[in-house]
Design a protein around this ligand. Structure first.
Ligand code: AMP
Length: 371
């Protein structure tokens, strides 16, 4: 493997995954004079519409993976469930950024929580659930309400079941298919926030302002930039995110989701919910409200470029267009201070992310009316 340490304009980036995140990464790369090769098994992959090269093959096709990685200067990915063997094959042919340790940490909720705890980063109380006996012990220890989540392959609330009282434990276990799981104490959070953070090859770190996230049917609905927290807590959230990327020797953009918890008269506390080793839906507002978007930042980081400024030049509210929400595109396009981003997907199935829009506001004037 002979690949340049710094990928100059004209270089090529391989992206595993062909969805909207890959599409927006490829568009940001093009802005910097870099081109992309998308690798994805799906018949419809909207990232392929905006990239110069594409391979449609399975994630376990070793020959296709090797050819793909040989054809690019660096490999990145837009989803965290990249199989370990796929990452290993790719890494033999090109640098994989973020690296395989970050991937392995983020794709298993127990490994992730153990990593966070061992670095003194607070999380919800949790326990490993390998079988029925472990579940009953965990429920006795952690109490209820609690949430049972599959260790792997969970996203947008999939693979999760709430346990309201101990009597619900086995039904919840059945509901997640008795898969290897984690039991988490239910956090009565005041707000959910996230921090988009980037780390460069030389260890430089840039973190965006924390945003406040509202979910609907377990899918991100809106992000408010900035979150309604004071400066001290915002700095603490950014510091936690910086700590995580430094400890993982991470290169690229990461999304860090946190709960803001207020108990009694004590000040608010932050608990990390999960980390995503990729650009993140709650960072889409950065495209329109920041000097450098999370997508450009990720491309800069994995190509060994200096990071750009994460500074925010206005307030913003990002809203997802899910399923047939996208039919409202014409009215949104008519709003003068609204940036519309559509993903070029043909079929607006329920629950499918079809696009998003970001409304921009002068500092201090973003509405926070919808909860
Ligand atoms: P996750 O897939 O872990 O991000 O969970 C999806 C959503 O479920 C989160 O955004 C929260 O709204 C909620 N949730 C997850 N874990 C907990 C928890 N331990 N306590 C309270 N709510 C949670």
């Amino acid at each position: 493997m002979s690949k340049p340490a710094i990928i100059a304009p004209g270089g090529r980036i391989g992206i595993l995954g062909g969805g909207q995140l890959g599409r927006m990464l490829a568009m940001a790369a093009a802005e910097l004079g870099l081109n992309c090769h998308i690798y994805c098994p799906d018949a419809e992959a909207s990232a392929m519409d905006v990239a110069s090269h594409a391979t449609r093959a399975a994630y376990d096709d070793a020959d296709a993976l090797a050819r793909f990685a040989d054809s690019v200067d660096v490999v990145t990915y837009e989803f965290e469930n990249v199989p370990a063997e796929t990452a290993r094959i790719l890494a033999e042919h090109a640098p994989v950024r973020p690296g395989v340790v970050a991937l392995a940490t983020a794709q298993d909720r127990i490994v992730e929580k153990n990593f966070l705890s061992s670095h003194n980063i607070a999380t919800a109380p949790y326990a490993d659930v390998a079988d029925e006996a472990a579940l009953l012990k965990a429920v006795a220890e952690i109490g209820t309400p609690s949430i049972l989540k599959t260790r792997r392959f969970g996203y947008d609330g999939k693979g999760q079941a709430k346990i309201a009282s101990p009597a619900d434990a086995l039904a919840a276990y059945d509901a997640i298919g008795r898969a290897p799981a984690i039991l988490e104490g239910f956090v009565p959070f005041e707000l959910e926030i996230s921090v988009i953070v980037a780390r460069g090859i030389d260890g430089e770190i840039a973190a965006y302002d924390p945003v406040e996230n509202i979910h609907k049917d377990h899918i991100l609905d809106r992000s408010f930039a900035p979150a309604r927290i004071d400066k001290g807590l915002a700095d603490e959230a950014r510091a936690i995110a910086a700590h995580i990327v430094a400890d993982l020797d991470y290169v690229g953009v990461m999304g860090v989701e946190l709960f803001v918890l207020r108990e009694g008269t004590a000040g608010p506390r932050l608990l990390v919910n999960e980390i995503a080793p990729r650009v993140h839906n709650s960072g889409h507002w950065t495209q329109d409200a920041c000097h450098v978007s999370q997508f450009e930042q990720h491309i800069r980081a994995i190509c060994g470029w200096p990071l750009g400024s994460p500074e925010r030049h206005c307030d913003a509210v990002m809203e997802n267009l899910i399923g047939d929400d996208v039919d409202g595109w014409a009215a949104l396009a008519a709003e003068p201070a609204t940036a519309l981003h559509l993903y070029g997907k043909a079929e607006a199935r329920p629950g499918r992310k079809m696009g998003h829009f970001t409304r921009l506001y002068p500092f201090g004037s973003a509405p926070h009316t919808i909860r």
